[in-house]
Design a protein around this ligand. Structure first.
Ligand code: BGP
Length: 465
């Protein structure tokens, strides 16, 4: 018998600033991710302003998704395409763009799964203190009310914030805040937890019956050895890497251990009673997780002067003074970009999340970034991607047999798009986009070998060859 539920949401994911392009089109106002922004480090690496030009190719792209048999498509709405300024004025062209996209998806029986916020902070929010200021509450609330009012009847699944933990831990890498060292990212976390709670309550009121949940990047952590201290470090890493972002929404409070960590590191956050009350009532309906690889952790000497973090990306190199640090796992292979590959870790992660929170899980990212090659026969032979997916989907099936309740699987990414910090050459899609970093060529869409393979898998509800 097939392990996957009959109505399992097979599909794939993207985010607005990485796929749309069109940053000067349709009345979009500047965001922190635009090449013109001070915070953006990518302008030397790639042309971000056009991305995959989905803004001008969306109909063709949806047709390709429909051809693959997608049951769902996870994408984000660009906040700076919807709201024009700090007074909350609305950009009707932006509303029309997403209404057209939603209508096209629904016409093709593709369930939209919509991320409210995926890294692209409008500059009017930045200029009003950014995410570290409580001014963000009013901006995010206004934005959400516009989304729920205009799209509430078309969207059954909302994701509040993409990878808040990545934004907190490595904002300098993904460019949500290049000046990380001078700010308190834990305050950003708290503020964004508050806005998520508010969004959940608003969604309940404005769109009854609709489901909403957070979308952090979650990885199981292994202790580097069976030394008891390494296990303590694993628990510590779990807390700061994974659970603190979910416990607050799913269980309603911050743990004592977390608050102690803040105090010891002089990183206290400002909270109010009223805010903390919100967490008692605003519970998500499901948890969306992004999984790329596991982590391995060892104890760190508490007398170390700095935290010793060596992050080059959002998956590895974490370190917290006196708490835990991540190390390489010699048992795992790596992608061309150095990300460890751990399909068994995927099953382990799904089990941990399910067993901790007992909420249905939707996978909203998983995948392999690679330097795909367009061959002379006009094809892309990405057998490594097929292999990656086979192994991860197999483990997801085992997790379902373990009892994990799963809603869907939307790997990264539906179509090639621009990586957070490594350009278009780090490709993830089932569909190749014919452009290089600065040579934009013809942007032609080309079906990769994985396109045909995934199509068969979806047709057979998870069975594959
Ligand atoms: C996640 C982000 C995505 C995406 C993905 C791949 O952290 O949510 O936006 O880009 O990672 O990462 P990268 O683009 O750095 O290869």
């Amino acid at each position: 018998m097939n392990k996957f539920p009959k109505d399992f949401l097979w599909g794939a994911a993207t985010s607005a600033y990485q796929v749309e392009g069109g940053i000067y089109q349709g009345g979009k106002v500047p965001s922190s991710m635009d090449p013109s922004s001070k915070k953006h480090a990518n302008k030397e690496i790639t042309d971000f302003s056009v991305a995959a030009d989905h803004y001008n190719h969306w109909k063709e792209d949806v047709a390709l998704m429909a051809e693959m048999g997608f049951k769902s498509y996870r994408f984000s709405i660009s906040w700076p395409r919807i709201i024009k300024d700090k007074e909350g004025n609305i950009n009707q062209e932006g509303i029309d763009f997403y209404n057209n996209l939603l209508d096209e998806l629904i016409k093709n029986n593709i369930e939209p799964v919509v991320t409210i916020f995926h890294f692209d902070i409008p500059m009017f929010v930045e200029d009003d203190g950014g995410l570290e200021s409580k001014n963000v509450y009013k901006h995010y609330e206004r934005y959400c009310s516009v989304l729920f009012k205009n799209f509430g009847s078309k969207v059954k699944y909302w994701l509040t914030v993409n990878e808040l933990n990545v934004m907190v831990l490595v904002s300098q890498i993904i460019n949500t805040n290049k000046e990380k060292s001078s700010s308190n990212e834990w305050q950003v976390m708290h503020n964004m937890n508050v806005v998520q709670a508010k969004a959940i309550l608003m969604c309940r009121e404005m769109c009854p019956g609709v489901k909403i949940g957070p979308a952090p990047n979650i990885s199981v952590n292994y202790p580097a050895s069976c030394k008891p201290e390494d296990f303590t470090a694993k628990l510590n890493m779990d807390l700061l890497r994974n659970w603190v972002y979910l416990d607050i929404l799913c269980r309603g409070s911050y743990s004592k251990k977390f608050l102690k960590y803040l105090e010891e590191n002089n990183k206290q956050i400002k909270t109010t009673e009223e805010e903390m009350e919100l967490f008692k009532v605003a519970k998500p309906d499901f948890i969306a997780i992004n999984y790329y690889s596991s982590g391995t952790v060892e104890a760190i000497n508490s007398s170390n002067g700095d935290d010793g973090a060596t992050n080059n990306d959002q998956q590895s190199g974490f370190a917290f003074k006196g708490f835990a640090k991540s190390v390489k796992n010699p048992n795992l292979q790596k992608t061309q970009f150095g990300w460890e590959i751990d399909p068994v870790g995927f099953r382990n992660t799904l089990r941990e999340v399910w067993e901790r929170y007992q909420l249905p899980i939707m996978v909203t990212e998983n995948g392999i970034g690679a330097k795909d090659v367009l061959t002379e026969d006009g094809k892309v032979h990405d057998d490594y991607r097929i292999d990656y997916y086979k192994k991860h989907i197999h483990q997801m099936g085992l997790a379902i047999e373990d009892g994990v309740e799963m809603i869907g699987y939307m790997p990264w990414s539906a179509i090639d798009l621009v990586s957070t910090h490594e350009g278009i050459s780090k490709r993830y899609g089932f569909i190749y986009v014919n452009r290089d970093e600065f040579d934009l060529k013809d942007m032609k869409r080309i079906r990769k070998d994985s396109f045909y393979w995934y199509k068969e898998l979806i047709k057979n509800n998870g069975d594959y060859n």
